[in-house]
Structure formats: C-alpha cells, structure tokens
Design a protein around this ligand. Structure first.
Ligand code: AMP
Length: 191
C-alpha cells in the first residue's frame, strides 16, 4: 500500500507513521527527516536546504524531488511505503503521480490528521525542537494552510482522502487511522 499522511506541523504525523510503518511492514519516508540527516551530514543538498528549513520555508523541489524519487525506487519500497511530509504542494503531488506512474504504481490512500491551530500552538510550547521557535512555527502553519491544504481537495476529488480527527491519545488516533486503512483496502478490493 502506498499511503500519504497529511497534517499541519505538530499534528502527530511522525508518531502515527512510525506505528503504521510497523503494522504495514512498509518503510516510513519522511522528507523532513531525510533533510535533517542531510543537514547533519553537511551534504551539498543539506547545505542548500538548511537556510529554508531554519526560516520555516519549503525547500525547493529541485532538492526534494530527486531525494524522494531515489527512495521510491529502492527495493524496500516495492510493496509500498508511507509518505510523511511529501507531497506538500500541488506541484509535488503532480510530480509524485508521474514518478509512481513510471513504475506502474499509484497512491492508494491519503490520511489527513486534522488538528485545530490553537491545539498545535499548545503542543508546540509543550515540546521543544530546533525549528520550534514560535515565529518560525507560525510560518510553518501558514505554509501548511496556503501550500499544503489545497492537496486535501486534490485527493478528495480522486476519492482517496480520509480525514481523521487528530485530537485524543496516540492510541485513539491510531485506531482511527487503522480504520481508514481498512476502508482503503475494502475499496481497492471492490475495484
Ligand atoms: P517536517 O519534519 O516534515 O515538518 O519538515 C521539516 C522541514 O523540512 C519543513 O519545514 C521544510 O522546510 C522541509 N521540508 C520537508 N518536506 C518538504 C517538502 N516536501 N517540500 C519542501 N520542503 C520540505
């Protein structure tokens, strides 16, 4: 299964993806994590990306798309994968469709973790990550609302979207996520 998790910063995508990757036995592909590794290792891509990341801005597609494409073609992604943090724009979604099509694959389902803005801010203040400076965090939320939220409509029109309430304990949310996946499975069996 090829799944995408979409949600604003602090929605808990990382936690849910880790559990889901274990359950589905597919790799968890987090572009944010790939970029953080590249920055730590000081690779050319990492050096280019870091200025954008520090500002809470999206890294240019010229850096991201190659990384994702290479990862999607690895043998461990043949049976499926869980995409976390990609696609983040309509243009990335179109690129992803093309990349998958070349391998005769497609996106099976998209899960939105919906969390209200004030809850995101509360969570951000309760945890601490380098890019969790309040001003930068708000910029990441705005980037989500302006650039990533339109993807929800894009996938809804294809009948691939399940929107899930992202409030509650990690266990409660995981139960909702697994239910959505059951529905994706049932739908693909009907096809
Ligand atoms: P994340 O851990 O997914 O919140 O990503 C951390 C940061 O990496 C983001 O704020 C962006 O600067 C960058 N990033 C991650 N994924 C993408 C993407 N698909 N397109 C552009 N920038 C990205």
């Amino acid at each position: 299964m090829r799944l995408i998790l979409i949600g604003p910063p602090g929605a808990g995508k990382g936690t849910q993806c880790q559990r889901l990757a274990g359950m589905l036995q597919v790799p968890h592909l987090s572009t944010g994590e790939m970029l953080r590794v590249a920055v730590r290792e000081g690779t050319p891509a990492g050096r280019q990306a870091s200025t954008y990341m520090e500002q809470g801005q999206l890294v240019p597609d010229s850096i991201i798309v190659g990384m994702v494409n290479q990862r999607l073609q690895s043998p461990d992604c043949r049976e499926g994968c869980l995409l976390d943090g990609f696609p983040r724009t309509l243009s990335q979604a179109a690129t992803l469709d093309e990349l998958l099509e070349r391998q005769a694959m497609s996106v099976d389902g998209v899960i939105e973790l919906a969390v209200p803005r004030d809850e995101l801010v509360r969570r951000m203040l309760a945890r601490k990550r380098e890019d969790d400076d309040p001003e930068i965090f708000s910029r990441r939320i705005v980037s989500f609302e302006e650039q990533t939220a339109p993807l929800l409509d894009y996938y809804a029109r294809q009948g691939k979207l399940a929107s899930i309430d992202g409030l509650g304990s990690a266990d409660e949310i995981f139960a909702r996520v697994t239910l959505a996946i059951e529905r994706f499975r049932a739908r693909s069996r009907r096809r």
